[in-house]
Unconditional design. Structure first.
Length: 307
């Protein structure tokens, strides 16, 4: 198995795309929000994408033209200055109009505040579409992400800054999307996360965390699923694995020591859990190369994808 981790950048007259930043942005629990990909395209008449199911959130913003989105039984006709969201696990198909094909841009992202951000932008399960007042301001932020494509720490900050700026603009356009949150529930979730981040190296049970903050395990699970789309156990395991990935890259500690550092004293159990999340062993992850592949033809980068 090739352990290379790649990010693709494709640019031509009608298509620009930065892909697979999840290959190098592993810290989705440590960081609240991460850019996975972004791009913009003037589609050909009748261009169709899907059916396809994603693991992250993706928002498309229509700059010009029109097309159709289908999610489940919903079929929605869309035009310029509208945006649509596709959520993790949803199967979607979208198609450019045959006479006036759309030009759109997109961002894909994940992280433990991603679900809340999508709600605050005004998207709902019943209506995955919102209006956009100023697409040019948002386009400028996508341009910044595409320009900051090189795999450097400074460019990572630039991409993150543009992502946060873009999403905050969209939230400001839809103040009604900001639901009133129960302060007690938020306090419970924040306290549980704090305990996990302080105690992940120890043998810790979700039921003990719930008892410590004064609620039942079932209630805590419901709160996490509402806030993060995952159970407390999955949150804790992801946090441990992502801390391990960070230590593998940034320290010279042995794999066994890193396993112990993140709460896995059994090396085999640690290796199995890590491989389940990253698709490779801890040792392979540590030595894997990271490369930016630049292409000029849409779809050309796909052959470089190694996972």
């Amino acid at each position: 198995m090739d352990n290379k981790k790649t990010v693709g950048y494709t640019e031509n007259f009608t298509y620009r795309c930065l892909e697979d930043h999840q290959q190098v942005n592993a810290m989705s629990i440590v960081s609240p929000l991460n850019l996975d990909y972004c791009g913009m395209e003037q589609c050909e008449p009748g261009h169709r994408f899907g059916p396809y199911v994603r693991e992250n959130y993706v928002v498309h913003i229509i700059l010009n033209g029109c097309g159709t989105l289908q999610i489940g039984e919903q079929e929605i006709k869309l035009s310029r200055e509208e945006a649509f969201v596709i959520c993790p696990g949803q199967e979607a198909v979208y198609e450019a109009d045959g006479e006036e094909p759309w030009e759109y841009m997109w961002i894909g992202f994940h992280g433990y505040v991603a679900k809340k951000i999508v709600r605050f932008m005004g998207f709902t399960d019943e209506c995955p579409v919102i209006r956009i007042r100023d697409t040019e301001l948002l386009k400028a932020e996508v341009e910044k992400m595409l320009e900051a494509r090189e795999l450097t720490f400074v460019n990572m900050l630039k991409r993150s800054s543009a992502l946060y700026a873009m999403l905050s603009m969209m939230i400001d356009e839809h103040p009604d999307g900001r639901e009133i949150e129960n302060p007690s529930n938020i306090a419970y979730v924040n306290k549980a996360v704090e305990i996990m981040m302080q105690s992940y190296a120890k043998k810790i049970k979700i039921s003990d965390i719930a008892t410590t903050i004064g609620i039942s395990r079932n209630y805590l699970t419901d709160l996490f699923k509402h806030e993060f789309d995952m159970s407390p156990q999955n949150f804790l395991m992801s946090f441990r694995m992502e801390k391990a990935a960070q230590e593998l890259v940034e320290t010279d500690e042995s794999v066994q020591t890193i396993g112990i550092n993140v709460g896995y004293p059994d090396p085999l159990a640690f290796s199995k859990a890590f491989k389940q999340k990253y698709g490779m062993s801890p040792s392979a992850y540590r030595t894997s190369a990271v490369e930016l592949i630049q292409c000029d033809t849409k779809g050309q980068y796909a052959k470089w994808y190694h996972l």
